[in-house]
Design a protein around this ligand. Structure first.
Ligand SMILES: Cc1cc2nc3c(=O)[nH]c(=O)nc-3n(C[C@H](O)[C@H](O)[C@H](O)COP(=O)(O)OP(=O)(O)OC[C@H]3O[C@@H](n4cnc5c(N)ncnc54)[C@H](O)[C@@H]3O)c2cc1C
Length: 385
């Protein structure tokens, strides 16, 4: 076996999750390989909204500041204002203490990947992983190019339609009710200069789809316009909801390209995040907020937890996954559980009531709601963290 193809950790997927884990481990001297089926820079369907907790985490992991990310164009705009709109015509507007930041995912993902490579990780693009093997010793990865790579640990950071998670589930190595809490999103990026009538701060729209919402997010070059809904409850309403939503905003159809669709974890977070030496991160582990769909923070955070578990138990590999699972359940899943309960209550209300309930909460306790969404409070009874 050629030594070139043996690694401490093979990371599958070079999104925020994969690049963060690769960066942390490569910085500490581990031999890391990142494989991605795409050629970078690549696009990723996303609204690109970053909350306060995300920028704080990025500062902590990468020692970057929002000012620096703005100066190099990774953060394309920041806004203190936001608005929640109902399909019946009413709306609620407010101002935040900390801004929401917006990124264009092509530049955002390429930036973290570049940092991981500069820290020493090897990167191979255009390598689609098609099979895994030997999961209790050194893991073997085979790609569509016929290449084989061996790693002491395998990180599945390959997104919401994860090959790695699918393969573990097909072997009954993990048990999850994945499909019933999966959402589908439709989104387009439209040039900001062609759509001057659209708002230059984030708008979230309720009532066009049950068990989901639509959005219009700002950006210096593009605005993101999209809709998402839980497949099991809203799948059949998605296309029609998208049309009625577009009819309700000031945009001419000629400026709207055909939307692309993408799966979004929406409450299917795994409490058993892997098997043997395989650890699942980010969307591949179902780690997105089951109400608002925020996933970038959880992608970075889960990767930090997984990297720490591997470093701690590098010489005792079977202990790494239980350590990761323990920390994941403590730090992330305990929060997602409460968002999930809130989501079930809010979205099971009929008609315009989800909008009314959310905006009532925002009116009654605006600070607590903001701080909870931004990550300064827990979703568990809004306690400070
Ligand atoms: C329409 C939409 C809007 C969203 N808006 C927001 C938002 O505003 N804010 C927010 O926080 N979150 C948002 N999210 C969620 C967010 O995009 C994800 O949670 C985040 O991208 C997860 O990062 P990741 O690294 O886990 O996966 P990804 O970013 O999906 O990266 C996975 C990588 O794996 C690669 N890959 C997949 N399969 C293979 C394979 N077999 N072999 C090799 N490589 C493979 C892919 O090419 C990709 O590069 C949104 C999601 C959607 C769909």
């Amino acid at each position: 076996m050629n030594c070139k193809y043996r690694f401490d950790v093979i990371v599958i997927g070079a999104g925020p999750a994969g690049s963060t884990a690769a960066y942390l481990l490569a910085s500490h001297g581990y031999r890391v390989l990142i494989l991605d089926k795409s050629t970078f820079p690549r696009g990723k369907l996303c609204g690109g909204l970053l909350t306060w907790k995300t920028v704080k985490l990025l500062e902590n992991i990468f020692q970057t500041t929002t000012e620096f990310l703005k100066s190099i164009g990774v953060i394309t705009c920041s806004t203190f204002k936001y608005q929640v709109v109902s399909n019946t015509g009413t709306s609620f507007k407010s101002r935040l203490d900390y801004p929401f930041h917006f990124v264009h995912r092509t530049a955002y993902d390429a930036f973290w990947l570049n940092l991981a490579c500069r820290a020493g990780a090897d990167f191979r693009s255009g390598e689609k992983v098609i099979s895994l093997g030997h999961l209790n010793s050194e893991g073997k990865i085979t790609t569509d190019k016929g290449n084989e790579f061996w790693g002491k640990f395998i990180f599945g950071a390959d997104g919401a339609v994860s090959k790695v998670r699918g393969w573990l589930a097909s072997k009954n190595f993990i048990h999850s009710d994945w499909k019933s809490n999966l959402a589908t999103a439709l989104e387009v990026l439209v040039p900001s200069r062609q759509t001057p009538a659209l708002p230059d701060y984030p708008h979230i729209y309720f009532g066009h789809i049950p068990w989901g919402y639509a959005w219009c997010f700002p950006g210096n070059r593009f605005r993101a316009i999209g809709i998402c809904g839980l497949n099991a409850k809203a799948g059949r309403f998605l296309r029609n909801g998208y049309k009625t939503f577009l009819d309700s905003i000031p945009i001419s159809r000629e400026h709207i390209p055909t939307p692309a669709s993408h799966a979004l974890p929406y409450g299917n977070y795994l409490t058993n995040p892997g098997y043997g030496n395989v650890l699942l991160l980010g969307d591949a582990c179902g780690l997105a907020d089951p109400l608002l769909g925020e996933g970038i923070y959880y992608a970075h955070k889960s990767s930090q937890l997984a990297a720490e578990a591997v470093e701690r138990f590098y010489f005792e590999p079977p202990a790494a996954l239980p350590e990761y699972a323990r920390r994941l359940n403590q730090v992330i899943n305990s929060e997602l559980k409460y968002v999930y309960i809130g989501r079930q209550i809010i979205f099971s209300l009929p008609g315009a009531w989800p909008y009314r309930m959310l905006t009532s909460l925002l009116k009654i306790m605006p600070k607590k709601c903001e701080e909870t969404i931004q990550g300064q409070r827990s979703f568990k009874w809004f306690r400070p963290v």
